[in-house]
Ligand binder design. Sequence first.
Ligand SMILES: Nc1nc2c(c(=O)[nH]1)N[C@H]1C(S)=C(S)[C@@H](COP(=O)(O)O)O[C@H]1N2
Ligand SMILES: [Mo]
Length: 321
Amino acid sequence: MAHWNSEKLEVTPEKLYLSRRKFLAGAGILLAGSFLASCTKGTSGTGLSTTTTSTTGFCNGATASRSTDELGNKLTSCTDIISYNNFYEFSLSKTGVASNATKFQISPWTVTIGGLVNKPASYTMSDLTAMFPPEERIYRMRCVEAWSMVIPWHGFQLSKLIETVEPTSEAKFVKFTTVYNPAQMPGQNDTSFPWPYVEGLRMDEAMQELTILATGIYGKPLPVQDGAPIRLVVPWKYGFKSIKSIVNIDFVAEMPKTFWPAVSPGEYGFYATVNPNIPHPRWSQSSEIRIGQVGGRVPTLLFNGYDQVASMYPGDMHQYY
Ligand SMILES: Nc1nc2c(c(=O)[nH]1)N[C@H]1C(S)=C(S)[C@@H](COP(=O)(O)O)O[C@H]1N2
Ligand SMILES: [Mo]
């Protein structure tokens, strides 16, 4: 049983979306612009607390240094974080990701860093954790579809990794790519999506001290459903920017073509900064449902409450949606 409030999210229910998509595919008119959001959200009260093989035991001994974030918001439970996910490579259903991810191989894993850098490099996960010992970061995560969590990540500042590869002066953006492995990621066999998932940041956003590469939650190694073994976390942007299971980081001169703007142009922008005053074309962004929290919606904060990033976004905020 879902234990957060059952108030309707202002989005198309997932089942409706899926049947509509099937219909469109059957009719041979699968329009890129017709997809629902990166975080299709059912409201049917399906069981977050249902235990599956893929989540059993994971949360035993989960630890965090505090029980709230810096604004006093309670941490989302470990169980909710690992059983309610967006990861289209495994499933379009939030509660189906974990069970479809059990056979995914995360070892060995190499992250290859290249493009406009003086010192391109390939690092294994043990290289990375040796070079950059993980620290805890408690961040709010706000999905573009108006739900949110408060997550105690473990990881390291992306800026530290960037400094080791020495980007050249031509490098203006950082492009991140998820692994392409259709044999182990069933969703990648759906060729109507432009796999692999790609994301990007402007160089100053990538260097911002809040931006991390996460390798754990609640003091445990990241489970596959949350983006194992390594994923980006950019807390002042909508959740779809925080790309999972990264294998490539490339420094580029032009703004990369990223997954959701490619799938659904006009709906999602490159910047995707959280902004309660700029609605999605189909729903308001002024409030959100905090997963696991009883008692109604909470207001959405500009930059998801991370005001320290404001100076990176001068002028009309519409250009940063
Ligand atoms: N590769 C990849 N990364 C992804 C996604 C995805 O489908 N594939 N979904 C994104 C979206 S829409 C959200 S809201 C967050 C969800 O992260 P979580 O499942 O760990 O809460 O991951 C983001 N990263
Ligand atoms: Mo999302």
